[in-house]
Design a protein around this ligand. Structure first.
Ligand SMILES: [Ca+2]
Length: 480
């Protein structure tokens, strides 16, 4: 199985673009190269502990045989530590000194402008050290990682994202916690209009209902990344926001923990999101998304409500789309009343009719694997969930988990099919060929988002093929 435990130690919500950075890297010394390889190995192992939205989209490669990799990585790491520690330490000490310099001459003026006092600034960074084990680091004097490695990642059907074992586990915990926190959840639903099961599903997905280890001191992570990563500007913004949080007194620095990607606490908020959306729902005067369940749940609901959650509406419905109806009609820009979709022969797989209120309101077609997987009519709330993490699969995971918690629903009925062996670079080629022929595929990134899927469907129809709206190995040769 890909995933057994929930863990915040992974590519993280709201900010999947942070993680779309190329993996791998080049450093000026052989030793750093080695240590990077080791950390990549270790990282790939870490990734196995939880489904990453991004991995789910791109299926980042085989996930079996992890034990061997882990053993190998541990052995190499031990060897490196023995052989090379003095050399690494020297180079690290130098970089640490540059970091201290950077704090004073580069970051402090910006923090001061943002209204942080010198006393707070110095106190906040007194115990901060560079976290050398983080991914995507670009120490001064080294080159940023190349994109090549990522384009060589395997591309396959997204089925692996929906681990039945994990979903069942989360649903069982979610149902039990819904009872434990029933009064809080009722108050949240009333205040924000977001259904409790959706909030619980996000809590479960992000941090295993707060049971996942959230290990990293956030100031170390953000300072390291702001100082030396491929997305320095983004992390610099977050670092300044984190200083404001410390100033607010909501949390002590020692308790301000997060993931290696900088997402904090049980809802996995970046600091800028914390400042905008975290709420003190238990009324103790502090916004505590690390320890207070009411604050965690209230903050998630507040986030969704601010992003436009429509009170009273569902997130979506699994449907079957008749063969005569083109799958190339996906996207939030092609919304129409659900009754209109139904009039084309689209039906819920449950056999029930669409609820009367939903029928009158707008819905969108969603086929995450084209004709190779389950099919949906979603509501605008689906796209609100995507605001939490910009991935169709993430939002479907949350929707399905919420349904399991609220009504005991099971897995999607549609099966994700096999699309053959492909690499992201193959999908990228297809995207570029479509683009060259005037199709809108969104960003050419080797992933099959809705624009790529529907343009592919249109291209297939135009070229006398039955639209499948998803890349497969057979299309590689045809689409030139
Ligand atoms: Ca509180």
């Amino acid at each position: 199985m890909r995933t057994k435990n929930c863990c915040a130690e992974r590519l993280t919500p709201l900010y999947h673009y942070v993680t779309s950075l190329a993996q791998g890297g080049r450093s000026t010394t052989a030793l750093l190269r080695c240590s990077h390889t080791v950390s990549s190995l270790l990282r790939s192992q870490q990734g196995k502990r939880a489904i990453s939205p991004v991995e789910g989209e791109i299926s980042a490669g085989p996930t079996e045989g992890g034990k061997l990799r882990q053993t190998l990585a541990a052995a190499i790491l031990a060897l490196l530590t023995l052989i090379s520690f003095p050399a690494l330490a020297a180079s690290k000490a130098e970089t640490e000194a540059q970091f201290r310099q950077w704090l004073q001459t580069d970051l402090w003026p910006e923090a001061e402008k943002a209204g942080i006092s010198e006393k707070s600034f110095n106190a906040a960074f007194a115990g901060v050290t560079l976290s050398w084990n983080l991914p995507d680091l670009v120490p001064p004097g080294t080159k940023p990682p190349s994109e090549q490695k990522q384009s060589q990642a395997e591309f396959s059907s997204p089925g692996a994202y929906f681990s039945e074992e994990r979903l069942q586990g989360l649903a069982a915990s979610g149902r039990s916690l819904a009872k434990t926190h029933a009064a809080t959840i009722r108050r949240i639903e009333k205040t924000y209009g977001v259904p409790g099961p959706v909030v619980l599903a996000i809590w479960g997905r992000e941090s295993g209902f707060g049971r996942a280890k959230i290990p990293h001191p956030i100031m170390d992570v953000l300072a390291t990344k702001a100082f030396m990563s491929t997305r320095g500007d983004l992390f610099r913004r977050e670092l300044i926001a984190a200083l404001h949080i410390l100033d607010s007194g909501d949390v002590r620095e020692a308790e301000m923990k997060g993931s290696w990607a900088g997402a904090m606490g049980q809802p996995q908020f970046l600091p800028t999101s914390f400042l905008k959306y975290a709420v003190d729902f238990d009324g103790d005067g502090r916004r505590d998304i690390w320890n207070s369940v009411p604050d965690v749940l209230g903050s998630i609901a507040h986030y969704l409500s601010k992003k436009g959650w429509q009170r009273g509406r569902d997130w979506g419905f699994e449907v079957s789309i008749p063969a005569k109806v083109s799958c190339a009609q996906e996207g939030p820009d092609l919304a129409k009343p659900i009754a209109q979709w139904a009039s084309t022969g689209i039906e819920r797989v449950s056999g029930k009719a669409f609820p009367a209120d939903e029928s009158k309101a707008s819905g969108m077609m969603l086929v995450p694997a084209g004709r190779h997987g389950p099919e949906f009519i979603v509501t605008p709330n689906f796209y609100v969930i995507k605001e939490y993490n910009n991935s169709d699969l993430y939002a479907l995971f949350i929707g399905n988990l919420a349904d399991r918690i609220s009504s005991g629903a099971g897995a999607f009925r549609g099966q994700f099919g096999d699309v053959g062996k492909m690499l992201r670079s193959d999908v990228l080629k297809m995207q570029k060929n479509l683009q060259a022929q005037g199709y809108d595929i969104g960003k050419a990134d080797g992933l099959a988002g809705y624009k790529t899927r529907r343009s592919l469907g249109d291209w297939q129809a135009k070229n006398g093929l039955a639209p499948t709206c998803f890349p497969d190995a057979g299309l590689k040769a045809k689409l030139r």
